[in-house]
Design a protein around this ligand. Structure first.
Ligand code: SF4
Ligand code: SF4
Ligand code: FES
Length: 245
């Protein structure tokens, strides 16, 4: 039977190192299968987070051969197996143990986004009417599985560690889903500019490239939000209108 070598990061926030494991492989295996095999037969204390094994819970995010990916959606047949497959925890978040990181920062930041504030109902039965095209626009953002791979790859968080100043692409997608909702009346533009750091994004699109749900994070969420911020704070006509208003 064929075998492959896996080089897995073992350790915690204080120290750690890569450790090699050899696993028998078969057709159709994904990286998470190999990690489970290692856990079952060679390293029962190997820390790994997963739930669905179907690319839907967003739990099994890691860095495979240096690329942020879901372990359960990465087939061994997609990887060069003549050399060891490296598996590391995400780097943008504090390490708990082995492949498990503490992603709770993302949920704390998300709580700070102003919630949905719908306009009053406009139909006699107490409901709303919306154009389907407006609904379709935000539907894309609702596909997010909160894997935080986009946060992990974003250089503002990963290399510059500006977690206090920048909310990151995932939370910008969440903000866009609310801001572009056809019924929403809240204004989040001041927060995006002043405390949520939208200006730090330089539209490199790295976040879009790693999104397993293929959300066009930069083109459809971040750039339209940036345009709204510019219109609100820097467009001379808008500023003049605000003075007279
Ligand atoms: S496009 Fe912006 S949010 Fe996305 S990875 Fe680049 S800097 Fe970060
Ligand atoms: S936007 Fe995509 S990459 Fe980012 S958390 Fe959601 S699903 Fe993951
Ligand atoms: S285990 Fe759920 S996304 Fe991988």
């Amino acid at each position: 039977m064929a075998t492959a070598k896996f080089r897995i990061w073992r350790g915690d926030a204080r120290s750690g190192k890569f450790q090699d494991y050899t696993v028998e492989i078969s057709a159709g295996m994904v990286v998470l299968d190999a990690v489970h095999e290692i856990q079952a037969t060679q390293a029962q204390d190997l820390g790994v987070r997963w739930n669905c094994k179907a690319g839907k819970c967003g739990s099994c995010s890691a860095e495979i051969n240096g690329h942020p990916r879901l372990m359960c959606m990465t087939r061994l047949s997609q990887l060069p197996l003549e050399q060891p497959v490296t598996i590391e925890p995400m780097r943008a978040f504090p390490l708990v143990k082995d492949l498990v990181t503490d992603v709770s920062w993302n949920f704390r930041v998300k709580e700070k986004i102003r919630p949905f504030r719908p306009r009053p109902a406009d139909a006699a039965d107490g409901t709303w009417r919306m154009d389907q095209s407006d609904v379709d626009r935000v539907q894309e953002f609702r596909k997010c599985i909160e894997c935080f791979l986009c946060q992990d790859v974003c250089h503002v968080l990963r290399e510059h560690h500006l977690h206090e100043q920048f909310i990151g692409p995932r939370i910008l997608v969440h903000s866009a889903a609310l801001e572009m909702h056809p019924l929403d009346t809240e204004n989040r533009l001041g927060d995006l500019k002043r405390t949520q750091g939208i200006g730090y994004c330089n539209i490199t699109k790295c976040c879009t490239k790693v999104c397993p749900e293929e959300i066009k994070i930069t083109d459809n969420a971040i750039i339209p939000l940036k345009e709204r911020v510019v219109d609100e704070f820097y467009d001379p006509l808008t500023r003049l209108f605000r003075v007279f208003r």
